[in-house]
Write a protein that binds this ligand. Sequence first.
Ligand code: NAP
Length: 489
Amino acid sequence: MNSDLERKVLDAVPTGLLIGGEWRQAASGATTKVEDPSTGEVLAEVADAAPEDGMAALTAAHEAQAAWAATAPRERSDVLRRAYQAMLAQQEDLALLMTLEMGKPLAESRGEVAYAAEFLRWFSEEAVRIDGGFATAPAGGSRFLVMKQPVGPCLFITPWNFPLAMGARKIGPALAAGCTVVIKPAPQTPLSMLALGRILLDAGVPAGVLNILNATDAQGVMEPIIRDGRARKLSFTGSTGVGKILLEQCAEKVLRTSLELGGNASFLVFDDADLDKAVEGAMLAKMRNMGEACTAANRFYVHRSVADAFAGKLAERMGALKVGRGTEDGVQVGPLVDAKGLGKVVDLVGDAVSHGARITVGGEKADGPGYFYPPTVLVDVPQNSRLNHEEVFGPVAPISVFDTEDEALAAANATEFGLVNYVFTENLNRALRVAEKLESGMVGLNTGLVSNPAAPFGGIKESGLGREGGTVGIEEFLEIKYVAIGGLG
Ligand code: NAP
């Protein structure tokens, strides 16, 4: 532990399970340790749920559902608005907590706190705009009344890479729509979610409406409550492999599902791109969150005529980044989240080099404690390298060249993923043509950042189902009921 401030922030976080409005120990008494990925030091011990805790959380959410659905939209809106304000008021503490458990630099954690809070504000505004419809049947006579109602209790499972935002992006619309929630954060980063739980309770979320299960036995705790049938929706953010398992489990009781899964974003730089803009975009798309983002640019395809210039500028910027513990001044790149994450980066870079890729900067894992890997650029990366097919989830930019637009598009679309792609060109016709042909739910056009609470975030192909954020975000938590009205002549 480096400072009194760190201890104070950690000591303020509840460490229990949140079930039925109370912070409880696990029924088994089990706890699990939360580690600082930059030192390996234990930061805290939190309750570790067993399957019976999962059932208790589901029962609490189920019992609270009818009353929460019946609250006035304005009341739900006000609760979310108060939580938004509290998050901003506590931005510094929440950011430090996130950096401690996840590793990202403090500046990025502050950004994530604001981003996560914005989901609560956005959906506090959407809570009062849930509408329906009324129409006359084409043949006259009957009328159609269309109403929207909350889906019911929801189950959420979130990853460690954005410990607050991935939860807020689900909790905001669910509460706004009138749904109750059971959420399981990732075991590496439960503290941010526990802190958010406390904020939401203080903001007026009633007992049972939000339940939090820290659990190291994810499947053992979640599968029974997915298959139980009282929850009516599952929303998951994480890897495609786990998403498929959950989709199968949801089939048993036909739960509504939203899946935000893996990505394999391409980053296309055409010969008519503004290279400085492209490098700026590349730094954002690649290095945000140390590359541990589903939206991270995973494969760079650059037109042959500008490839050397682009690669040179990118290597210079990447090589100048300061790596270290995220709490330290000036640090721009923190550690990766754990030994498994680091091992994958080392493996994928080794594989690319064995296929003929050349490292121009980085590429050597640092010695010492913590899961640090330096910002790395590789050129001449062959298409058959694993780096071009698997998410590296680290600060590694593999660059390949292309000659024609068709070749660039074919390479970009040669993946089972379809979350986001990035395009840099100053030619409007090409920009729109390429954006239309890219097989992804999102496209970053001359920008390296697409995430925005007011925009519909999500993927196609094996990157997922449904959208989070934007005006469509709340629809994922609403059922449509149609009432046929007869007898009107
Ligand atoms: P992960 O291994 O799929 O884990 C995600 C969450 O699922 C964790 O809480 C995990 O808990 C839980 N989990 C794993 N197996 C489970 C099971 N059988 N039943 C219930 N829960 C289970 O993913 P990750 O490595 O933590 O996160 C990185 C992945 O998330 C990447 O693929 C990334 O692209 C994706 N992601 C997507 C988006 C998006 O919006 N599309 C955003 C962020 C991240 P345990 O760790 O205990 O298994």
